[in-house]
Design a protein around this ligand. Structure first.
Ligand SMILES: Cc1cc2nc3c(=O)[nH]c(=O)nc-3n(C[C@H](O)[C@H](O)[C@H](O)COP(=O)(O)O)c2cc1C
Ligand SMILES: O=C(O)C(=O)c1ccccc1
Length: 352
């Protein structure tokens, strides 16, 4: 039995278990993959100045985000089609998350019905939303999420379509037979890239937020904000939270590392709404670095898929427990007794 002592160990084991096309679909980025590498390089450079004599014995990793208690300041990032990685798909992911529990942001492109995921979930469950050219499709997806009792919507705004990912193009990547986006009215799609060109809303603007507000009461976050100016616009348009993300380097290779973008966004948002970050979180110290730079919480993408590949629900739980333990140790060693609680949404400030 290989020992799984780091998230990197899970990745190495997953790479042995997954087929090369699926592995490359998961790992790849857009273009020359600079933004994919940049996310990691930023964390590899980053440090946290430890405080001493803080009287901390057992750091408190819990926090509150949008009125819900989180046991840890990280959640599962939305990733498509978990049934490609494990036969139980998102059911296994949700079971693995329920143990701690860790909040789970389910992808619009989940391969299991939202209701079945919700049935085994144990912590906050949110929906990641793609906006479709046909708003009837978007409404259908929101309706299913509401029926499943999900607690918030996270609109992805960095994907007018899926970008050209060379690893997938070189292999002519297709979804394996039987893998379907079952929460869409027309679930059969073969090539995610081709489907996105046909179905995603290609010309989103801030008006989409007002429309979403008119069809749902759920809290609304935007995922994929990079520029501080856009963060300010998002707050002015009344979002409940912001996710600084470059889609794990999958959309635009010249995008900066998310960690490098974070301080300016945090500065501009000035506590009006929670600010989350994703991209390149591969250990507890990375989580602490992001919190130290002002994030209220982070999302973890690929490592969860690695855990799923290694051991289904148990593997997901293994990854999440490991990350929680590493974070707790990092907080202890850095003299951070607790996570700063996230802001509740404050009254809308005037547009910047
Ligand atoms: C295989 C895969 C599928 C993804 N699918 C989605 C998706 O359906 N919706 C979305 O908003 N982001 C999606 N993402 C992006 C993640 O939500 C997240 O931004 C990114 O993976 C974070 O970086 P990390 O993998 O380095 O942690 C996907 C990422 C991967 C690796
Ligand atoms: O691969 C992705 O990053 C992604 O977001 C996605 C979206 C739709 C279908 C498959 C993947």
């Amino acid at each position: 039995m290989t020992s799984l002592l780091t998230l990197h160990d899970y990745a190495a084991e997953a790479s042995r278990r997954l087929s090369p096309p699926v592995w490359d679909f998961i790992e790849g980025g857009q273009g020359d993959e600079r933004s994919l590498r940049a996310n990691r390089e930023a964390f590899e450079r980053a440090t946290v100045v430890p405080r001493v004599l803080t009287g901390t014995a057992e750091p408190e990793t819990g926090t509150r985000i949008l009125g819900a208690d989180w046991a840890v300041p990280f959640a599962i990032a939305p990733t498509a089609f978990h049934a490609m990685v494990h036969p139980d798909g998102e059911r296994a992911t949700a079971r693995g998350a329920a143990a701690l529990p860790v909040p789970y942001v389910v992808s619009t492109m989940a391969s299991v019905p939202f209701a079945d995921i919700a049935a085994v979930a144990g912590g906050p469950l949110w929906l990641q939303l793609y906006a479709f050219a046909d708003r009837g499709v978007t409404r259908h997806v929101i309706g299913q999420a509401e029926a499943a009792g999900m607690g918030a919507l996270m609109l992805t705004v960095d994907a007018p379509r899926l970008a050209r990912r060379l690893r997938d193009l070189r292999r002519d990547f297709r979804l394996p037979p039987g893998i379907r986006a079952v929460n869409l009215p027309d679930a059969d799609l073969v090539s995610p890239g081709e489907h996105s060109r046909r179905a995603f809303a290609p010309a989103l603007d801030w008006g989409e937020l007002a429309w979403l507000r008119s069809v749902t009461e759920l809290p609304l976050l935007v995922k994929g904000v990079a520029a501080a100016e856009d963060a300010a616009l998002a707050v002015a348009h009344g979002v409940d939270g912001i996710v600084v993300s470059n889609h794990g380097g999958r959309q635009f290779s010249a995008a900066p590392a998310t960690l490098d973008l974070l301080p300016a966004v945090v500065d501009r948002v000035a506590g009006a709404v929670p600010v989350l970050l994703d991209g390149g979180i591969r250990g507890g110290s990375d989580v602490l670095v992001a919190l130290d730079r002002g994030a209220d919480a982070v999302l973890v993408g690929r490592p969860v898929l690695h855990g799923l590949a290694v051991g289904g629900a148990g593997g997901v739980r293994g990854v999440l427990d490991l990350l929680a333990e590493e974070l707790s140790e990092a907080m202890l060693m850095a003299g951070r007794p607790r996570v700063r609680p996230a802001p509740a949404r404050s009254p809308v400030p005037s547009p910047a």
